[in-house]
Design a protein around this ligand. Structure first.
Ligand code: ADP
Length: 342
């Protein structure tokens, strides 16, 4: 019996997770077939008295085995279900944490520009009653405008992430050129970079002047997020270098900064929704302020746009060090599509 138990144990525990899940490779039907075969052969080959003797010795062993196998297989199936359940619980807990993080971050993000708008509106109300307040009113109106622009950006990000999550992002393919895209982004982000004394260096590369099809607006948004992060996470006086190369059927663009860097364990997480590293309370709504973290939707949106184009994006860095500033490199791979997908 000990031998039978050991052999059974070896069999039931050697099954793969998917065999356990699908309740396949059970020993039960094999034992059943084996018993039937044994009985059939004994009936054909043995005299009646020997059949009785044989049955007397093997039937108890089979009864024991059927019970043992059934118990062990059920135990292992329950263990498997329990671990599945534990993993599902962990996923749910993580989702719940993500949800409450999102609420905290979204509330904070929305509150900052709202407070700004409220403040400027109150001041404008008082200022408007003063004589010759025209110039001052314009400054206050500007403040309100900046607040609403920021609010619009945050709500747009939220809409974009929900489109990406639900596979509803629609791309409008049109002819584009990588060098034009990069140049116009450097131009549009030039002011923010200048304010932080950060320089852009765009090194020409083969393939950058080749026409390909893509959604210009969405790609500008995706690359723009990476550019503005490079500004945000690089101290004043830093440098952002843009390089690239042509691969068979693809264009690879790299954006390298000499900023604070990203720890290897965070390099995948930053592309996850609300994967923003650090404390909620430490972030500010600034788009380009040094380390001014946003709602942590920028890179997930960027990745969603790049993936929708059939490309990929990843980050490389030696690690995060705010004193040594090892820098980060973002790689973006895009197919040199010549025809719009149907
Ligand atoms: P956020 O709105 O917080 O900037 P993102 O999704 O754009 O959100 O970025 C996620 C996180 O990735 C950032 O909070 C930051 O910690 C990290 N990160 C992104 N780009 C860089 C970079 N160039 N250098 C260092 N850290 C970066």
């Amino acid at each position: 019996y000990r031998n039978l138990m050991e052999t059974t144990e070896e069999w039931v525990s050697s099954r793969t997770q998917s065999e356990i899940k699908m309740r396949q490779s059970s020993l039960f039907p094999i034992l059943d077939d084996f018993l039937n075969l044994l009985l059939q052969v004994s009936r054909e080959e043995l005299p009646d008295d020997e059949i009785v003797l044989l049955w007397q010795s093997i039937v108890p062993a089979f009864i024991f085995l059927f019970g043992y196998v059934s118990n062990r297989e059920t135990d292992i199936y329950i263990e498997h279900l329990t671990s599945d359940l534990e993993q599902a619980m962990l996923r749910l807990e993580k989702m719940d944490k993500t949800k409450s993080d999102f609420i905290a971050i979204a509330a904070h993000e929305l509150k900052t520009p709202l407070t700004l708008i409220e403040g400027y509106t109150g001041m404008l109300e008082r200022s408007i009653k003063q004589p010759d307040s025209g110039e001052q009113n314009m400054v206050l109106l500007n403040g309100i405008e900046n607040g609403t622009i920021r609010l619009r950006q945050i709500t747009n990000d939220m809409i974009d992430i929900s489109l990406i999550d639900n596979n509803l992002l629609k791309l409008h393919f049109q002819p584009i050129w990588m060098n034009k895209l990069i140049k116009s982004l450097i131009e549009s982000q030039g002011k923010a970079a200048q304010a932080r004394k950060i320089t852009f260096e765009f090194n020409q590369f083969p393939g950058m002047d080749e026409m390909f099809l893509g959604d210009e607006e969405r790609l500008a948004q995706a690359f723009g997020n990476v550019f503005s992060n490079s500004i945000k996470y690089t101290p004043d006086g830093g440098r952002i270098e843009i390089n690239g190369r042509k691969l068979p059927g693809f264009l690879e663009v790299t954006i390298t900064d000499n900023g604070i860097g990203i720890d290897p364990e965070d390099q995948a997480m930053i592309f996850e929704k609300f994967g923003r590293i650090g404390e909620v309370a430490l972030h500010s709504s600034g788009k380009t302020k040094f380390k001014g973290g946003g709602p942590g939707l920028g890179l997930p949106i960027t990745r969603g746009i790049i993936l929708a184009h059939g490309g990929s994006i990843w980050a490389e860095s030696e690690g995060r060090d705010e004193n040594l500033c090892p820098g980060s490199t973002f790689h973006i791979l895009l197919p040199l599509r010549k025809e719009a997908p149907v």
